[in-house]
Design a protein. Structure first.
Length: 478
């Protein structure tokens, strides 16, 4: 190989170190292929044809989640999600599931703080039938007493299995939500047992009339789409007219529902330290959280990168500081991102010879360092490259891509997939320091997760033993 070729190869290898470069062309091509429309009744549409596909993925998102629930109606958005699979005018009872299964389709749904999402994968030839079925259940659901009773039992069983029977979960969730009473996110998505059992057909009909309307719906279709896909969608959904504002109904307090337009200003919070004791838990843990901003806030992108830098990526700040591995057996972070609020959280399980105070002090030191020391350009570039790679990998899955499109804000209509990346790309070193200072340093919410007294006693004794002894006894103790 000639000298010039060697020098050229070397310069290409070193280019990312001196000039940040991103391979975002696949994302740009994907974004360019998305078609965006809005029907006269307010429904937002996205579709993306994909060659070589034999199926179609459809995601439908309604702008109603737990934050829209009124007093004594907690958990209703989730309960309603269940009921939309249990009978409509054209497919009564279990007709929806039977018809979709007979077609070879897969389907599911999820309820979040801000919205409810329905998604299905169907054979390409079943599009017209599926659109008709979706329109029918969205506009004309049934509220049979037997179906309501059965789904109340199902939701309560889900509540017991996923929350109440898990050590620490309910108490920790209640503690965190109690710190957010000045936001629309005051209660858990799953709701309370009493409120779930208090739902009846009349109040659920009122809930449907208020929230399940075309102006609150967005839809995304991906895959083997026919050339007349827009005509088919307009034929089924274009004639769904926006209903009149529903009257007051027994059990439905319309005034108590937070206004969608309300965007509470962010309130800085003093540090909080609490504890919960759960006799069922096998080992102590530490939950730390930081209140941040909603997804449309100008600081949201910088906060995402800071979360990635400190807690989530390979060789994260936790590992570099010796907290992960040396001091903790396990750590995970699942940030909550809502429209009008955000919450970064971190759960750590300590090693036998490490106290919760030691873990918390290490985290606070990590936060303080991020607030004082700017990130080097090369490190920030690599962080953005990592975010981009993960984002593009997520969008490679049609189900995720369809849900992402359906949930994209109207402000991103021109570039629904590219806009989130542009915001990340434009984050500076100063931005990272600024959000660390404003939202993280000195604003920690700390919750000590403590097991029964005898487990705490044994763990306390291990903390006083020499490290080699403690490590030898750790496996036995666990």
């Amino acid at each position: 190989m000639g000298l010039l070729a060697v020098l050229g190869l070397t310069m290409m290898t070193l280019a990312p170190l001196s000039e940040c470069q991103f391979d975002d062309q696949p994302l740009r091509r994907l974004d360019d292929a998305v078609v965006t429309r809005q029907l006269d009744n307010g429904i937002r549409l996205f579709w993306l044809p994909k060659a070589g596909k034999q199926s179609i993925t459809l995601a439908s998102r309604f702008a109603v989640g737990s934050r829209h629930e009124a007093l004594r109606q907690t958990g209703w958005a989730h309960l309603f999600e269940h009921l939309l699979f249990k009978g409509s005018r054209q497919a009564p009872g279990d007709g929806y599931s039977q018809l979709m299964n007979a077609m070879g389709a897969s389907f599911n749904a999820s309820t979040l703080f801000d919205d409810t999402r329905y998604y299905t994968r169907i054979p390409a030839q079943g599009l017209a039938f599926t659109l008709a079925l979706e329109r029918d259940r969205f506009e004309h659901p049934q509220f049979a007493v037997e179906a309501i009773t059965n789904q109340q039992k199902t939701v309560l069983a889900e509540m017991a299995q996923t929350i109440d029977n898990q050590p620490y979960f309910r108490a920790a969730m209640t503690f965190l939500l109690s710190q957010a009473t000045d936001t629309p996110y005051r209660h858990a998505i799953i709701g309370s047992r009493a409120d779930i059992l208090g739902a009846d057909a009349d109040s659920l009909r009122a809930f449907h009339r208020r929230f399940y309307r075309p102006s609150r719906l967005s839809m995304a279709l991906i895959g083997a789409l026919p050339g007349d896909v827009e005509t088919q969608i307009r034929g089924q959904f274009g004639t769904w007219h926006e209903p009149a504002q529903p009257p007051e109904t027994a059990g439905f307090n319309q005034a108590a529902v937070p206004d969608d337009a309300a965007k509470p200003d962010f309130t800085l919070r003093a540090p909080v330290h609490g504890e919960v004791i759960d006799e069922r838990a096998p080992w102590p843990g530490l939950l730390m959280a930081w209140h941040t901003v909603g997804r449309s806030h100008r600081d949201a992108a910088a906060i995402k990168l800071l979360e990635l830098r400190l807690f989530q990526r390979i060789a994260s700040g936790l590992e570099r500081a010796g907290i992960s591995g040396k001091q903790s057996l396990l750590h995970y972070s699942l940030p909550l991102e809502m429209e009008h609020h955000g919450m970064t959280n971190l759960v750590l399980v300590p090693r036998a010879n490490v106290s919760l105070d030691t873990l918390a002090a290490g985290i606070e030191k990590l936060i303080d360092q991020a607030a004082r020391e700017p990130m080097k350009n090369t490190a920030l570039c690599q962080l953005k490259q990592l975010w981009l790679a993960d984002y593009q990998e997520q969008l490679s899955r049609d189900e995720t891509l369809a849900q992402w499109l359906a949930a994209s804000p109207a402000t991103d209509n021109a570039q629904p997939l590219l806009s989130p990346w542009i915001r990340i790309r434009d984050v500076s070193e100063d931005d990272l320091m600024r959000v660390a200072q404003r939202y993280f340093a000195g604003h920690s919410v700390r919750l000590d997760l403590k097991p029964a007294w005898h487990t705490r006693l044994g763990k306390g004794l291990l903390e006083w033993l020499p490290e080699s002894w403690a490590e030898g006894l750790e496996e036995l103790a666990l």
